[in-house]
Write a protein that binds this ligand. Sequence first.
Ligand code: UDP
Length: 476
Amino acid sequence: MKPPQTSSAHVLIFPCPAQGHVNSMLNLAQLLALRHLHVTFLNTEHTHNRLTRFADIESLLARYPTLRFKTIPDGLPEEHPRSGERAAEPLLSLKVHGKPLLRDILVKEKVTCLVADGLFAKLANDMAEEVGVATIHFRTIGASCFWTYFWAPYLFQSNELPVTGEEDMDRVITSIPGMENLLRCRDLPSFFRPNRDTGKPHVHFETVVSETQQSLRASAVILNTFDDLEAPALSHIRRHFPTIFTVGPLHQHRESRAPTSITTSNNSMWEEDMSCMEWLDSHPFRSVIYVSFGSLTTMTKESLMEFWYGLVNSKMRFLWVVRSDMITAGEGKDESVPAELVEGTKERGLMVGWVPQVEVLAHKSVGAFMTHCGWNSTIESVVAGVPMVCWPYFADQQVNSRLVSDSWKVGLDMKDVCDRNVVENMVNDVMVNRKEEFLQSAEKLAILARKNVSEGGPSYDNLDRLIEFIELISQK
Ligand code: UDP
């Protein structure tokens, strides 16, 4: 299909205010703007301030004349915590305060199509219906987790839910179509676990399930995945959601579509410490394990020490992202670091606050990725052909790490364990003992990922179809 020179469509893209969501939806925004669609990207003020500081928004706007940003407040004070157990608070606050603001923008800006984060599914459906605008939902999680959320009510019918507690964690879930016997209870999304103290359902369980059902009301659903990666879940999803656009991996898709004259942006909400690239340059081929737990994970000082000892004891070189807000308030423990960790880190490690992750994963010195398995990190590792050691924190990450270890066989899953010996052994397994096996599978997957977003590939074609679809529903 020939790209239109001008488009009458005006798309409002509205992500959940968190790095992973903003990242993938901003990649989509750029892909639409490359095809001359008018795109307004709606951020919270907090998110936009961070992007303005760290993501070079100015040059992004200069590159894409049909792209602009608008902001709304998230209803929280600037210094309000937005990670770890408080990660959902901006979203919850927006659901309460955002309604009239969203309605206003849809009307005043003459929006013809709302592409809303699926975490806002009900809010988006209600507002768009009220003002007569078509809605498409964008889910920033993988298809397998989306499908698991969708199937949750049926798991109650087959008596596979609820999960009763710790003793139930290794029970195998048999009845998710396409994913039969893949997940144990511990591999279900973290919101499927009961509250540890009260035994009651997780506070977010009902919401994630009902928001997923709300996507049945949308005109279409966009997923940042590719058909070869999650074929079983996708084949079942397509029976319930007839209009699904798999257009991922979006960061690679953007890279493959953008003319070489357009340099890509990092979409980063944190300041990147570029010294890590020089450090990587100075090390041998595939000799470094890159460690990062994303933008929202928090951990105790005790857990940090288990990882730190495990990494130092593995004797591997490591590059570790430790965000300034990653460690939860100390339990009055000694703040000093044991001499053997200081020494081991000086010899073989580098700890920084934030890195350009896609570039790091593509660096020749990186041999493996210890990750929390956020969906962006997972597919970025897949594209780079880098094997993983997974330590999922919450939400979809429990499912993703199971895919890594058991479906794609590109790494190991250490979920629910935080022990220095396990860290040491798994790092040695991916970097040395089982290196070839994991690398071979990871390279095969990386080739498929690139094929999917190259001309003629399914994700490439689906993006063209998506743009035609947006044009069509915008005319109605
Ligand atoms: N990221 C980055 N630099 C870092 C750590 C993370 O650029 O030092 C990016 C990473 O590339 C990914 C995003 O932050 O695109 C994190 O999203 P993900 O879905 O993996 O996890 P979340 O942060 O939502 O838990």
